[in-house]
Write a protein that binds this ligand. Structure first.
Ligand code: ADP
Ligand code: MG
Length: 382
């Protein structure tokens, strides 16, 4: 939808003109899965797919929300009084933007009421972080529109994470929101979650004759949300058993000794994944810096095996897509995002793209696939 059509859509919902519009992307994580809440390393990049928000302020303490992506029971305008916002009280999709507004105000920022209309090209629930795109576009729009100065993009991402932890009640790490807020076109973002050091890493697939396919399996297994909290608690228990702040503190070279010191097989599996995955981020970083992009393929595939066998967050559909792509000639394939459904990323030679995509579509007919390149992070549209 063009900017003009988006503006008209806002007018049709709220009966007046918006004051501005913002955009925030979804993401894929190239490597570094389930490492963010272990103080570790991640390397996501922004998708060209994004969530847009057209916004106008209100001075009556009311927040009105509408999403073009929500229909039926979730459709229509959701109206909330800012004074009534409190953790755990808002249901449905509106809890994400309500959480952001509540968190910004709790942090002391003078954010008032607003009318917000959203639309999105990020597949919702596809493991591509439509939720982070929704949070970040809301946070950026509200802070810029209310004239809040001096909040860095990283701080904005931390506020969005905090809103999901506290208000929505999901114990997520900070990767997704940081990716949406901080990524730049043509780059993957290396984020060291301990200390939050960032580096934009050039990731130009086309120049090297490569393609990256995103294959959305369109499944999301029901236990995904509960399992996330259990996995996080397991990682924290393993770190505590080792007398460490976080699993980040286990050296790759000291992995065997750490495993021998853990009390049970589950904690050993979780630890092995986190430690080897942090190491894989470093490997991918070195290969990209050296211009050896093709060689990241096997590292991605090893990451999938670790998520499947050690962390145990894959599912038959993700495994089928990854295995099929590799058998059809892909250089590497791994699930991306939290797991139990969602998407697989596949690195292929340009010449093999069609054959690999066809093989995946035949193996899992419901799959939705697209080739992608790193897009821009969150920004104001007009
Ligand atoms: P993912 O982030 O992988 O897409 P999640 O389950 O974390 O999946 O987040 C999806 C939820 O986020 C949706 O169920 C909905 O509540 C909310 N959401 C995301 N995008 C939108 C949108 N464009 N409009 C309304 N709600 C959205
Ligand atoms: Mg999400």
């Amino acid at each position: 939808m063009t900017d003009a059509a988006f503006e008209i859509a806002f007018k049709n919902v709220f009966g007046r003109a918006p004051e501005g519009a913002w955009s925030a992307p979804g993401r894929v994580n190239l490597i570094g899965e389930h490492t963010d809440y272990n103080d570790g390393h991640v390397m996501p990049f922004a998708l060209p797919h994004a969530t847009r928000a057209a916004v106008a302020r209100r001075d009556d303490g009311v927040l009105r929300l509408h999403s073009a992506n929500m229909e039926g029971e979730e459709g229509g305008v959701v109206e909330l009084r800012i004074a009534d916002l409190a953790p755990g009280t808002t249901g449905g999709w509106a809890r994400y933007p309500a959480a952001v507004l509540w968190t910004l105000r709790e942090a002391g920022y003078p954010i008032g009421g607003a009318d917000i209309h959203y639309d999105s090209t990020v597949p919702v629930g596809g493991g591509l972080s439509s939720s982070a795109a929704l949070q970040v576009v809301t946070a950026l729009a509200l802070t810029e529109l209310h004239g809040v100065q001096g909040v860095s993009r990283q701080e904005l991402a931390l506020l969005c994470q905090s809103s999901e932890n506290t208000y929505v009640g999901a114990p997520v790490g900070v990767m997704d929101q940081t990716a949406s807020a901080c990524c730049t076109e043509g780059h993957a973002l290396h984020l060291d979650v301990r200390g939050l050091a960032q580096r934009q890493v050039p990731f130009d697939l086309a120049a090297e004759g490569l393609r990256l396919l995103v294959c959305d399996t369109r499944v999301k297994h029901a236990h995904a949300d509960g399992a996330y909290g259990e996995l996080r608690a397991g990682c924290e228990a393993a770190a505590a058993a080792l007398g460490l702040t976080a699993l980040r503190d286990v050296d790759f070279d000291g992995l065997d000794a750490a495993l021998a010191a853990l009390p049970d097989d589950r904690l050993r599996r979780l630890t092995r994944h986190v430690v080897t995955e942090n190491h894989r981020v470093e490997e991918v970083l070195e290969l990209l810096d050296a211009g050896r992009t093709r060689e990241i393929g096997p590292v991605l595939t090893a990451g999938h095996a670790s998520l499947r066998d050690d962390f145990q967050v894959s599912c038959p559909e993700l495994d089928l897509v990854a295995d099929t792509a590799l058998a059809a000639g892909a250089l590497g394939a791994r699930m991306t995002g939290g797991g139990f459904g969602g998407s697989v990323i596949v690195l292929v030679e340009e010449a093999d793209e069609t054959a690999v995509a066809a093989a995946v579509a035949e193996a899992l007919p419901q799959v939705r696939q697209f080739a992608t390149v790193p897009g821009p992070g969150a920004h104001r549209l007009w």
